[in-house]
Design a protein around this ligand. Structure first.
Ligand code: DC
Length: 229
């Protein structure tokens, strides 16, 4: 039987992580885990219960909220308290506020524990912001994906337009939001976004998705063939 490894893919918003990670997992027969989806689900609940501002300042409320919130991933679906929120967590509203919720220690502790458990048996491709640095610092393969803010805004625009053709948002606004999110993700106190020292950097600005998948796939095969476990 082939050895299984953990592949950690980190990088800023809209750098192409999830599309690439999903296809890579399929190609390797691995499980794909989208950790951003978990933070998005928490944010969706905070927004729909009108609790966002209170959670940022009320520690007791935050702990109660975290304890009473259940997030689960199954295949391509995301479940929040047994409700399928796969589509809802992709809204621009959630994207705008998710950095605030993901900066909260209590939220990170709960989701980190779930993520570590999901990767225990290896054979996973996990994407996020802190996978190679905090969740799996010993991952056999770490990739740091990046692209210019403009390029990432263009991708997010196309994604949002595909969901809603009447969407009224400019590329400049999306680029500003992406820059703002980078700023918040990179400067938070708990597990900020940063490249792990031993991560391979992949600039996707001028790569197709197929090229991205192929590059990481080749790196993965090298690791699989020389992995000792
Ligand atoms: O990958 P994404 O854009 O769906 O992630 C949404 C947000 O969640 C992102 O702004 C930062 C946060 N996040 C995080 O802090 N840690 C992770 N491991 C994954 C996502």
């Amino acid at each position: 039987m082939k050895k299984k490894i953990v592949i950690a893919i980190d990088g800023p918003a809209a750098s192409g992580k999830s599309t690439t990670a999903k296809l890579l997992a399929k190609k390797l027969g691995y499980i794909y885990i989208d950790t951003g989806a978990m933070y998005r689900a928490f944010t969706l609940k905070a927004l729909s219960e009108n609790l966002l501002e209170s959670l940022l300042v009320d520690e007791a409320l935050l702990h109660q909220f975290v304890a009473n919130t259940d997030v689960r991933l199954s295949d391509a679906q995301v479940w929040l308290d047994e409700r399928d929120v796969t589509a809802d967590i992709r809204s621009n509203e959630v994207s705008k506020f998710v950095s605030k919720i993901s900066a909260l220690k209590a939220v990170r502790e709960k989701l980190s524990a779930i993520q570590k458990k999901l990767g225990e048996a290896k054979g996973v491709v996990m994407d996020g912001r802190d996978i190679g640095t905090a969740i799996f610092p010993n991952a056999e393969l770490k990739i740091y994906m990046m692209a210019s803010a403009r390029e990432r805004a263009k991708r997010r625009y196309a994604e949002l337009k595909a969901q809603n053709a009447d969407l009224d948002v400019s590329l400049d606004t999306l680029e500003a939001e992406i820059r703002q999110r980078d700023e918040e993700d990179m400067n938070r106190t708990v597990s900020p976004l940063r490249k792990a020292d031993d991560a391979v950097v992949l600039d996707t600005s001028s790569l197709t998705v197929e090229e991205q998948v192929e590059r990481i796939y080749q790196l993965a095969l090298e690791k699989i063939n020389c992995s000792k476990e």
